[in-house]
Design a protein around this ligand. Structure first.
Ligand code: DC
Length: 231
């Protein structure tokens, strides 16, 4: 494929397979994959473990004050063919995807100072191009000039079923109803928050993968990529 190393921004609803899709694209193109949701989850986990969230109440000013002590590092792990996320040197990859963190991350990601810190890190990571970044505000805020913007979505029940399978396969004790409620409430929170809400960038192309296999999504992507890099 082409040598031009572009920025590919992937935004969309939670649990619609953005990371799986983004990871596959990055592997295909030899690009770096950056899961920005993992960064918001890592801040949420740190806040939880350090007393800034108690009984589900998020103490915004405490989180703001602790931001300078949170050092996030994303390192490529060749064994997994994906990146691992570290907070202050600790590998947290396995701890950031629990239902507890999922239920709190929308509140943490709506804090302006949190977004400011993480957006600046993301812009620095993608500065040289050759990245596939997935999140909620990549095409609208982080890289408004990205050459290729994809807005992903899928039916909420399809998304809940996919996430439920993933969680139960890991041994998490959750119900489908609980996961569905989380998917719907995160959609609402992500789309209605005051700062950088999830929305489709005007120049993004929509991918609804409710009934698509990963292979079908990849051939759809190849077509979009060819179109953009041929220009
Ligand atoms: O992609 P994810 O489900 O792991 O993301 C977790 C949460 O982080 C999601 O509910 C919204 C927030 N998020 C965000 O606000 N901006 C991003 N660029 C990525 C994620």
């Amino acid at each position: 494929m082409d040598n031009k190393r572009i920025i590919i921004a992937i935004d969309g609803h939670s649990s619609c397979g953005k990371s799986t899709f983004a990871k596959a694209i990055a592997a295909r193109l030899g690009y770096i994959f950056i899961d920005t949701g993992a960064m918001y989850r890592a801040v949420t986990l740190y806040a939880l473990e350090n007393g800034a969230i108690t009984m589900g109440i998020v103490d915004e000013s405490r989180i703001e004050a602790m931001l300078k002590y949170i050092d996030i590092d994303i390192r490529f792990n060749p064994a997994r063919g994906a990146s691992d996320i570290y907070v202050n040197g600790d590998l947290v990859e396995g701890k950031i995807r629990t239902i507890e963190v999922s239920n709190l991350v929308s509140a943490v990601s709506s804090i302006g100072a949190v977004r400011q810190k993480l957006v600046a890190m993301q812009q620095e990571m993608g500065r040289k191009g050759g990245v596939v970044m997935d999140g909620r505000d990549i095409g609208t805020v982080v890289f408004p000039n990205a050459e290729l913007k994809i807005y992903m979505t899928a039916d909420p029940m399809v998304r809940a079923e996919r996430r439920y399978k993933e969680l139960t396969a890991k041994g998490d004790n959750v119900t489908l109803e609980e996961v569905y409620a989380n998917v719907v409430s995160r959609d609402k929170a992500d789309m209605s928050r005051a700062i950088s809400p999830l929305r489709k960038a005007d120049d993004a192309i929509v991918l609804d993968n409710s009934t698509m296999s990963v292979e079908e999504q990849m051939s759809w992507f190849d077509e979009q990529y060819r179109r953009v890099t041929a220009q």
